[in-house]
Design a protein around this ligand. Structure first.
Ligand code: AMP
Length: 221
């Protein structure tokens, strides 16, 4: 498959490193990183109508209803800065979301490439329970593997690091359960469409990044 304007879908369980990779890819490829989780957390923080509707689902690790997420993605992907493509992180998460995305991309012939980042569950649990995120720029740190050099502050922008409310043992278990039941079927969905490439996410961040960029460059040729 040769790709021109393309939407890159980062698929994988919570804690697989999709956000970290998407952020690095966005910088390198100069296309926007669109994280539905970040958009929903922002809506929650600003107490918008969307945030209020999403709160109860997010607090317990459940998925926010498709129609709410579909609407924010359709609006965001339609903006001018996405005319050269974009990276979707955390969307789609259900088959109906994937079908919705296909319908909006089909309208102008935009292709998609899905990168599945795979990490075993026991490693995900370890990662999520020691994950700290910058409250300003979103950069992520791991208290065991990749701690911030400046203690509780972000190495990149100096803002305070926070632990996500849904990174508690109980909510992590529910998020993994939801992933396996509802989101993992998307692997087969995209495999069947010939647009799925799997990447081993249980490696160093830079190694994973090099693999992903290699895949994208090969598809571009
Ligand atoms: P994330 O930051 O991607 O782990 O998302 C955090 C939470 O936001 C999830 O546990 C869901 O409650 C909600 N969320 C994010 N993306 C979606 C989506 N595509 N569909 C439904 N809920 C979502």
């Amino acid at each position: 498959m040769k790709i021109q304007r393309v939407v890159i879908i980062m698929l994988g369980p919570p804690g697989a490193g999709k956000g970290t990779q998407a952020r690095m890819m966005s910088e390198s490829l100069k296309i926007p990183h669109i994280s539905t989780g970040d958009m929903l957390r922002e809506a929650l923080k600003n107490e918008t109508e969307l945030g209020m509707k999403a709160k109860a689902f997010m607090d317990r690790g459940a998925l926010v209803p498709d129609e709410l997420v579909d609407a924010i993605v359709a609006e965001r992907v339609g903006r001018n800065d996405c005319c050269g493509g974009c990276i979707l992180d955390g969307y789609p998460r259900t088959i109906p979301q994937a079908e919705f995305l296909r319908s909006i991309l089909e309208k102008d012939g935009t292709g998609s490439l899905t990168i599945g980042v795979e990490v075993p569950d026991d490693e995900l649990i370890k990662r999520l329970s020691s994950r700290w995120t910058c409250s300003q720029c979103g950069k992520m740190f791991n208290a065991n593997l990749d701690p911030a050099k400046a203690g509780g502050q972000c190495d990149a922008c100096g803002a305070v690091l926070v632990q996500r409310k849904d990174d508690t043992a109980e909510v992590i278990a529910e998020r993994l359960h939801v992933y396996h039941r509802t989101t993992q079927p998307l692997v087969k969905y995209y495999q069947d469409r010939g647009s799925y490439v799997e990447v081993n996410g249980d490696r160093a961040v830079n190694e994973i990044f090099d693999t992903i960029i290699g895949i994208i460059n090969r598809k571009r040729k």
